[in-house]
Design a protein around this ligand. Structure first.
Ligand code: NAI
Ligand code: COI
Ligand code: MG
Length: 358
């Protein structure tokens, strides 16, 4: 019997809908395998700004740090877009990642066989897709200082800063090599070393780390080429390691190989301690509150929590199999449906997954 306390941070938009789905699945898993999962809910993002006046209240940070796993929905939305950068909902997410030192964001991209038709790419391009994006999560442009607006020579300008320390690069690259050793043994490191100094340090550091992993094959790829190769030869990738913003962009692109952004899960891990599990997608304000969101990315994120956070491999596999089963049985939320017949809601998809756990 495993006993765990899970912090749930639903956030904004479709966040509450998809985290509810993930909780229901975890509750069923606990019941089935005789574990005890208790859930505590906290504020983050726009809903935290509305309730508590800030995107990451201290109490959220504390309860998250003390728990065994964090399940997050998504943050942000048009209600808060007028706020200055430091007070926006997204700041809450960046801050929780930073404060818990969750530097390794694992984003698996795997085509479900029954869904290859949902991708805008040809079947033969996507059916073998199975790779892992290892995205650096606590450095780079999203965190570098200074960041500011200023007036220079009578004109307004804005500054963001892209900084990487060698130690930050080393630790994420090691994660990628280790992940590759458990997969097909191929790492592609993505950078912009033809232009950016930070990318040249990135590339040098990757080469240095490589000497400890003689059984792993390494290639470097410029990010613009990588964006193209993800479409032209997506099945050639095994592990992609890259910096924060490139990983953010490439993973949304990669989601279309599977058919929808609503399918991709992620785990954000530190060296030790609590991990954060969240879908790759955002708060999807266009469909929020309509019971239309695809809950599978959040449910698959809860499977990553079981696997990486609690070492419950069998239980994680059971959730993944249930997802495959419902897709195989033809359950489709609107984002992955070929036409409008038989489209299911968020709650119907969740019920189907729970049923498939039996
Ligand atoms: N991790 C997070 O909390 C993230 C938050 N955001 C925030 O979310 C807000 C909206 O951003 P967008 O650029 O529109 O990105 P988004 O990821 O929220 O939505 C992009 C498109 O994908 C669709 N989509 C996303 N998740 C879906 C799901 N589970 N099922 C079905 N369709 C889904 C949406 O309906 C929309 O058409 C912004 O405030 C942004 O800052 C964006 C990305 C990540
Ligand atoms: C909202 C951003 C802070 C994050 C994002 O887009 C992501 O992590 O995928
Ligand atoms: Mg993103």
């Amino acid at each position: 019997m495993t006993q765990k306390t899970i912090t749930v941070l639903p956030g904004d938009g479709i966040g509450p809908e998809v985290t509810t789905a993930a909780i229901e699945v975890l509750e069923r898993i606990a019941q089935k395998f005789h574990h005890k999962f208790s859930f505590q809910e906290g504020y983050i993002g726009g809903s935290a700004i509305d309730a508590k006046g800030e995107p990451l209240p201290e109490e959220t940070k504390e309860m998250s740090a003390k728990s065994d796993g964090i399940l997050l929905g998504a943050v942000g939305g048009p209600d808060w877009d007028h706020l200055p950068g430091a007070k926006r909902p997204e700041k809450g997410l960046l801050e929780i990642r930073k404060s818990l030192d969750l530097y390794a964001n694992l984003r698996p991209v795997k085509a479900y066989s029954s869904l290859v038709g949902a991708s805008p790419l040809k079947r033969e391009k996507v059916e073998e897709v199975d790779f892992l994006i290892v995205r650096e999560l606590t450095g780079g442009l999203y965190f570098g200082e200074p960041r500011k607006r200023e007036e220079v020579n009578g004109e307004e300008q804005a500054v963001d800063t892209l900084v990487y320390k060698k130690s930050e690069i080393r630790r994420i690259v090691k994660r990628a090599f280790e992940a590759a050793q458990l997969r097909k043994g191929k790492v592609v490191s993505v950078d912009k070393a033809n232009v950016l100094e930070s990318s040249r340090l990135w590339r040098e550091t990757v080469d240095e780390c490589k000497t400890d992993y003689s059984n792993v094959e390494l290639d470097h790829m410029l990010v613009d080429n990588a964006a193209m190769q993800l479409i032209s030869q997506p099945d050639a990738f095994d592990v992609i390691v890259t910096e924060n913003m490139f990983g953010d962009i490439l993973s949304d692109e990669a989601s279309m190989l599977t058919g929808s952004l609503g399918l991709l899960p992620s785990a954000s891990l530190g060296a030790t301690g609590v991990g954060l599990y969240e879908p790759v997608h955002g708060s999807a304000p266009d469909i929020a509150g309509k019971n239309l969101a695809n809950p599978l990315a959040a449910i698959a994120s809860s499977a990553m929590m079981l696997k990486y956070g609690f070492q419950l491999e069998k239980e994680a596999a059971r959730v993944e199999e249930a997802i495959e089963k419902v897709l195989g049985d033809g359950y489709r939320t609107a984002d992955i449906a070929q036409d409008s017949t038989g489209v299911v809601t968020t709650t119907e998809m969740t019920e189907a997954v729970i049923k498939a756990l039996e």
